[in-house]
Design a protein around this ligand. Structure first.
Ligand SMILES: [Zn+2]
Ligand SMILES: [Zn+2]
Length: 164
């Protein structure tokens, strides 16, 4: 399962290397226990330093968490996450919007396209519009939830599961 989990850094389809602006990692995370940095209770150890970030330490995400009627303790408990970022039909629509703005997505497999669009929707929802070259780090708990949901979607809709 964990090999299915892909990096966190939202890349608005710019494949130029060395554009890691704004996505700075918090040093030492890989040598810490998850409980030392995660206060939402739903993050897990991620493969690279930069991915080990909790929703509760990401201000735009915390702001979004505060706009629910009842405050939630983790972004994955926000009732908007599924309909806005994970629902397959929302992703279909996001794909059409992306096509209109940028042309076809480069990712070859359906699963990779879904992942990209889920991250893209999450970023635009929490951060507002981001230009093509601005990158942000998506909290580990949200990456994990997105990956689980997409696996389920693939199974439910009989879509082929891609090798990462
Ligand atoms: Zn957390
Ligand atoms: Zn969380």
């Amino acid at each position: 399962m964990s090999s299915e989990i892909q990096p966190y850094v939202f890349d608005p389809e710019s494949e130029e290397e060395g554009e890691m602006a704004q996505a700075q990692s918090l040093p030492g995370r890989l040598s810490m226990n998850v409980s030392e940095w995660c206060t939402c209770g739903n993050c897990a150890r991620m493969p690279t330093e930069a991915e080990n970030v909790c929703c509760k330490e990401t201000p735009p995400v915390v702001r979004r968490m505060g706009d629910t009627g009842t405050p939630v303790s983790c972004m994955t408990l926000h009732s908007g996450l599924e309909p806005v970022c994970l629902n397959l039909y929302s992703l279909q629509n996001a794909l059409n919007i992306h096509r209109a703005d940028y042309g076809p997505l480069r990712q070859r497999t359906y699963q990779r396209r879904c992942r990209h669009l889920a991250y893209r929707s999450f970023v635009s929802w929490c951060w507002g519009y981001l230009g093509r070259k601005v990158r942000v780090i998506i909290p580990a708990c949200v990456v994990l939830r997105s990956s689980q949901t997409q696996r389920v979607n693939m199974l439910v809709f009989g879509l082929p599961l891609a090798k990462p």
